[in-house]
Write a protein that binds this ligand. Sequence first.
Ligand SMILES: [Mn+2]
Length: 319
Amino acid sequence: MKLRILYHGNCFDGVSSAAIFTKFYRSTMHADAEVAYTPTMHRAGNAFDPGQFDGDENAIVDFKYCADDRLTWWFDHHQSAFLSAEDEAHFNADTSGKKFLDIHSKSCAEFIARIAKEQYGFEDESLAELIEWAHIIDGALYESPAQCVELRSSALKLMQVIEGEKDPAFVERIIRMLTETSLDEIVESPEIQARLDPILEQHWQTAEIIEKGSIAERGVVFFDLVGTGIEGYNKFIPYYYHPEVTYVVSVSQSSFRTKISVGSNPWAPRPRTHNIAEICERYGGGGHAVVGAVSLKAEDVELGRKYAREIVEELQFPD
Ligand SMILES: [Mn+2]
């Protein structure tokens, strides 16, 4: 009996969701299921390869729906959960009772735990800390930008490892550890410490590049990371240095995409008034009301910069 779990890659909530679903599945469905994991990433066009659904059961957690009849379980909480109207119609026609969407849930981890408890009577106290942190991280419910830029707790340190890890096999190791032990124990392990040291050094270098390269104007901070070699960054760095802004827009480039990231400052003195998912959807991207992104082909840097300028202008306050 093989269960394949596709999870939102390089995402603390995605990884937590994979661990929680694994424990839920093993205790309520098949105790001896062999579980295999595949990370999924947002990219232009279709997010799935047909060959990915190779389990006796296949689950997607914290990621878009896939209208493939081999998909047996689905949990998502993203506003942009469907690639197309056809996918949404396929979901609405589903009668399995094993596919769940709640765009109001702050984290997919919490959503899976809630459904598992309400509909299957599954509850596991050892997952409580993980669920709480996935909720804080994915819901951006931090106390302050300093809490997550200074990275003092184990969950936030592990978040940095997960977000920056290029080897899916190591992320899979983290998922398996999360099903077995506490966040403190995982972070204290030598293999995590070895990865954490260079990450923290890079984190502070990235923070410095963002601090120096950002322009804050009329409530929006903008920076362009193309050419810096930085593919991702802690989303709260901009607010750590610019607590006065309401929005952040950035352009970055990796080997497989040019990405425009759009976010909003949870502690903004002037509250957010735009729905960021709606703005990103106009450019072919998506996300949540509070944070979103647009992915373009890697070579479309100039187009990405143009879109970013337009989004900055749309988000800026009149004065
Ligand atoms: Mn999530």
